[in-house]
Design a protein around this ligand. Structure first.
Ligand code: OOB
Length: 540
């Protein structure tokens, strides 16, 4: 039985995806663990504290699965996972799959507001958080607060294996994974969100196993791949595109870095002989600056995947000469569709485009505002459907009305055009979100929090162009009483909102401009904010 609140693929498409072999009928756990078990012995996982051989990792996953099952977790459970990039992330994630529970993959930056929302919406019974603090937060305290607010949460797993101070891992105990329906949900990813709080993206065993398998083949992963997880491991990109799961599937080695900062990542790359890493543009650009000071730092790197936000051609051009590795652009989304540039694409295509769909089963349409296909080469909104693209957000029927076409295509909200090579170029977006160095922030969510401040009467959040991050969060506010940025940021913090969603620039205005249909004119506001910033930079 597939969970309620889940929108399945139409039968004829599901049959086609099976017939074409995209959907292999395995559980995600079986695909990954079979690959791990059948490879040669040797180091498969490294974090800043420990190295795991194949047998040690398989043993650790089984020990944790046995412990989780004993703690009462099984196929009915959803578990919010907010762990850092270390071996416990990998072990806990795989152990949850082993007992049939569904990980709900929150990010380290999420705070009370987001965690409560996803725990409630998923009906989670447990939450897994690290013992280590994360800058401004003690995750265990945050989890306790969330548990006091969300009655379905019964269990907190510290580092994935400590419950009330007791280690639940059961080394040597064999755990037998329950049978799962491959059409059922394996895990939930969170949407970056254009409206309100994050939505839950159900990924099935069939669809996600295909996502990982096809990605790892396309990207040429193999036993020689040493993959660094530098972005948050619960994000689709380092998780399964091909990510650490794709590395395990093809017999490679995974290295976990708690941060993408060069101070952390570079020594790991050097010491472990890392060959492959996924980064957002802001990180890639920073690495170029830092590698200039230490040219041998990235000597082993052969492939840098860049995605999550637009890498402009000027930055793209510098990557191969300055880092001495191949660039691959990746335009993906947690909802499904993945576009990759290919190894045999001419260099200008790799520099100028964001790739093309991974699968022959991917269907894309580029449409105008009336939903009609645009002429080839024109800009339009990207709509997509396929064997690993969701047909609906979980438990969100009203939202699904807007986010999907009547025939089930996901409206990505991205404005794209087709390059003469057939690859896509991302030109902007139709949806109202801010892309802050790869972190997607719903403008509406920022506005809702701002409007909850007693001094603010009307608000509009926009992305303000920023050289480093691509965009930062600007808030235009109509205020009844004086308000400044510090007060506003404190207000966001008190509301338990992730720090990366707090306004960074505040423009107090008398009123907000509107378009001729009466909507807030965000294009004008963005322009105004950009001009203001350019003026400031010019004057310093
Ligand atoms: C990845 O996934 P999400 O869910 O965090 O964000 C998806 C959105 C896309 O709809 C697009 O607006 C933007 O992020 N985006 C890009 C891009 N890659 C993602 N915009 C321009 N150029 C790119 N290369 O960000 C994601 C998921 C899997 C693999 C890679 C990225």
């Amino acid at each position: 039985m597939v969970a309620d609140g889940f929108v399945p693929w139409p039968t004829h498409l599901a049959d086609e995806y099976r017939a074409k072999g995209y959907w292999a009928g395995n559980s995600l756990y079986a695909e990954v663990m079979d690959a791990l078990r059948s490879r040669s012995e040797g180091i498969v996982l490294v974090d800043e504290r420990r190295r795991y051989s194949r047998d040690e990792l398989v043993g650790a996953v089984e020990a944790r699965a046995a412990g989780l099952a004993e703690a009462g977790l099984g196929p009915e459970d959803r578990v919010v996972v907010q762990l850092l990039n270390d071996a416990d992330f990998v072990i806990t994630f795989l152990a949850l799959l082993a007992v049939g529970s569904r990980p709900v993959l929150a990010l380290p930056g999420h705070r009370r507001a987001e965690l409560c929302h996803v725990a409630e919406l998923s009906g989670a019974t447990a939450i897994a958080v690290p013992s280590a603090p994360g800058g401004d937060v003690m995750y265990a305290e945050l989890a306790a607060e969330v548990r006091s607010l969300v009655p379905s949460l019964l269990l907190t797993l510290i580092d994935g294996h400590l419950v009330d101070g007791h280690d639940i891992d059961r080394p040597g105990v064999n755990h037998r994974p329950p049978a799962v329906d491959p059409d059922d949900i394996a895990l939930f990813l969170l949407s970056g969100g254009t409206t309100g709080l994050p939505k839950l993206i159900p990924r099935t065993h069939n669809d996600y196993a295909y996502n990982v398998r096809a990605s790892s083949e396309l990207c040429g992963f193999g036993p020689e791949t040493v993959y660094l997880v530098a972005l948050p491991a619960g994000h689709n990109f380092p998780l399964g595109c091909p990510g650490f799961l794709g590395t395990f599937l093809r017999g490679g080695r995974v290295v976990m870095s708690t941060s993408p900062a060069s101070g952390r990542a570079f020594p790991l790359i050097k010491d472990e002989g890392v060959t492959t890493v996924a980064a957002v543009p802001a990180v890639a650009i920073q690495w170029m600056e830092d590698a200039a000071a230490d040219p041998s730092a990235l000597a082993t790197l052969t492939l840098l995947q860049v995605g999550g936000a637009k890498l402009n051609p000027e930055g793209a051009k510098r990557i191969e000469p300055e880092l001495g590795c191949r660039l691959q652009q990746v335009f993906g989304m947690a909802e499904g569709l993945l576009n990759y540039t290919r190894e045999d694409d001419p260099i200008d295509v790799v520099i100028d485009t964001q790739g093309r769909p991974m699968s022959p089963g991917d269907e894309i349409r580029i449409v105008d505002s009336a939903g009609e296909p645009v002429p080839d080469g024109d800009v339009g909104e990207l709509l997509t459907a396929g064997p690993y693209t969701l047909r609906g957000y979980y438990r969100a029927p009203e939202h699904n009305e807007r986010s999907f076409s009547p025939d089930g295509f996901y409206r990505s909200g991205d404005l794209v055009r087709k390059h003469s090579s057939g690859n896509l170029i991302v030109e902007g977006r139709a949806k109202d979100h801010i892309n802050r160095g790869g972190e997607k922030i719903s403008a509406e969510e920022v506005e809702d929090h701002a409007l909850a401040h007693p001094a603010i009467h009307n608000a509009a959040a926009v992305g303000v162009t920023d050289q480093k991050l691509g965009e930062r969060i600007g808030l235009f506010a109509v205020a009844n009483h004086p308000v400044d940025l510090d007060t506003l940021r404190q207000h966001f913090q008190e509301r338990g909102v992730a720090a990366f969603k707090c306004p960074e620039l505040l423009f107090v205005v008398d009123d907000l401009p509107v378009t001729n249909v009466g909507k807030i004119d965000k294009v004008a506001l963005r322009r105004q904010a950009d001009q203001h910033q350019a003026g400031r930079q010019g004057s310093t």
